[in-house]
Design a protein around this ligand. Structure first.
Ligand SMILES: C[S@@+](CC[C@H](N)C(=O)[O-])C[C@H]1O[C@@H](n2cnc3c(N)ncnc32)[C@H](O)[C@@H]1O
Length: 495
């Protein structure tokens, strides 16, 4: 790798400046045995590393609430108070006027960040803003060639570029355009719509991978306990905020620190003894590799235990139709009945059973594939009922077979195993080919992460296949209660 010493010294200078700014904040603490280190060598940006052995329950650093950049601390509140009346939706644009009049906690924080960024040196958060990223590895910023490495992963449909563009155009740009003096100080060159769009994307992505939900673990004062106003206040309590230093912590599925939220400050506390040289790690939640990539732009081996794969109902339905040999015009009626159900689902998620990390941040039990989703079984059952209703010919052998519980169970398992195998084929390469690829070297880290994501999904499909096989085996070994032949023959007959 080419060494860019200018960029390196800017990086180090940014870290130094940020740390001294942080330490100068009233009420902030930073333990003497930890340091912010340059972890770019392993694609992890900055991180915090123990410089000596640290005991469990040690306060690693303290962040005063006044230093958090959020709706309550932003100077923008005095300048454009109207936008602080939150809509309390989660980005749903249905009631959006397109004039920036309705904000949610997400869009408001984008505006707050853009405002601070445009204030340059006069922002009190400048040293902090300087260590926030300007580029991202999340799929939102990938080329179509890089995205193609994700193959048939459902994550490709969740990137949300178009929705983000729409949200920025309707909620962010109108506010900035109608308050030019507020956003652009006299010294600053106003930005074009395209530049603002890019800046908003950058801030949106920063929030996605850096912001915290600010819970307020406050005791309710007795005299206010039955006060309606207080209740209302508490309802809207979840506020997004940028928390300096807490967001320098990297994270993994096994971690050794936790951020505690108290009334006046947030503290990072060690969950167990941490050895000198160990990275201090937080936890972003039980996220699959695909979700970790989508939100944070990285993957780790340990997160793969929460990998998931989606089975579209359309695929289940078409495999079932061909197994039952139902004609297309009849199956259309069956499908219409299934879709009328209030709980109709378009896709089902296969996942392992996995316990959460322990209170000390360790994963104590392996994750295992132990069942198909109940909702999939319910919808399958509903589909068979619809099939029976539509075909009407009550004497038909297949309909009689549908009444046989074991036959239905076998039909379900055989259908899903076929769906699982077809789903794997949609990816274009096999699990074994991906494994081989992952053993080679990649010139593009994004391609490697994509292969990791798709490989994890294929692994779940294989585990699901193995589990279904054992279920079928058990069913085969079960004593037969009814003549088997009828059901089998019925399967071959047309309904
Ligand atoms: C809250 S920030 C953590 C600090 C960040 N490393 C930095 O330099 O600003 C979250 C981002 O850090 C990176 N990150 C976090 N944990 C990581 C890990 N275990 N391995 C690699 N990158 C990680 C990802 O880019 C993620 O979007």
């Amino acid at each position: 790798m080419e060494v860019d010493s200018d960029a390196d010294s800017r990086f180090l200078e940014g870290t130094r400046h940020f740390l001294s700014w942080f330490q100068s904040l009233p009420g902030a603490t930073f333990h003497q045995d930890i340091a912010i280190e340059d972890l770019r060598g392993r694609n992890a940006g900055r991180g915090i590393v123990a410089q000596a052995d640290i005991a469990a329950d040690t306060v690693l650093f303290t962040i005063p609430r006044s230093s958090i950049l959020c709706a309550t601390t932003s100077p923008l509140k005095d300048k454009i108070p109207d936008i602080f009346d939150l809509d309390n939706d989660d980005g749903d644009e249905s009631d959006d006027e397109g004039d920036g009049s309705s904000q949610n906690s997400w869009t408001l924080l984008i505006l707050i960040l853009i405002y601070e960024y445009l204030q340059g040196s006069s922002s009190q958060w400048k040293p902090y803003l300087d260590v926030l990223p300007s580029t991202f590895n999340t799929p939102m910023f990938w080329t179509s060639s890089q995205l193609s490495f994700l193959q048939a992963s459902a994550v490709t449909s969740k990137i949300g570029q178009a929705e983000a563009d729409k949200m920025i155009a309707s909620r962010i740009l109108p506010v900035i355009r109608s308050h030019p003096q507020t956003f652009f100080p006299s010294s600053a060159t106003p930005l074009s719509d395209d530049q603002l769009m890019q800046l908003a994307h950058r801030m949106g992505s920063t929030i996605m991978s850096y912001a915290f939900d600010l819970e307020q673990d406050m005791e309710i004062p007795e005299q206010l306990e039955n006060d309606d106003e207080w209740e209302e206040d508490r309802e809207g309590k979840t506020m997004l905020g940028m928390v300096p230093m807490a967001d320098i912590l990297n994270a993994d599925a096994e971690f050794n620190a936790h951020i505690n939220h108290a009334e006046n400050a947030l503290t990072a506390v060690s969950l167990r003894p941490i050895k000198k040289g160990e990275e201090i790690l937080n936890f972003y939640g039980p996220l699959s590799s695909a979700e970790l990539l989508r939100r944070y732009g990285y993957v780790t081996e340990k997160h793969a235990r929460w990998d998931v794969v989606e089975l579209p109902w359309g695929l289940v339905s078409s495999v079932l139709q061909s197994r039952l040999q139902v004609q297309p015009e009849v199956w259309e009626k069956v499908s219409a009945l299934v879709q009328q159900n209030d709980e109709y689902e378009e896709a089902f998620v296969l996942e392992r059973q996995s316990v959460d990390p322990s209170s000390t941040g360790l994963l104590e039990e392996p994750a295992a594939f132990t069942s198909l989703p109940d909702e999939l079984g319910e919808q399958f059952k509903l589909c068979l009922k619809a099939c029976k209703k539509v075909t009407e010919s009550k004497n038909d052998g297949a309909v009689r077979a549908l009444n046989d519980k074991d036959w239905r169970k076998r039909l379900y398992l055989e259908t899903i195993i076929e769906v699982v195998m077809q789903r794997e084929k949609e990816y274009g390469t096999t699990l074994e080919e991906d494994d081989q690829l992952l053993r080679s070297s990649f010139s593009d880290e994004r391609e490697k992460m994509a292969v990791w994501v798709r490989r994890g999904e294929k692994q779940i499909l294989r585990e699901a296949q193995a589990w279904i096989k054992t279920q079928l085996e058990e069913l085969r070994n079960k004593p037969v209660q009814q003549p088997e032949e009828e059901g089998r023959a019925a399967k071959r007959r047309r309904i």
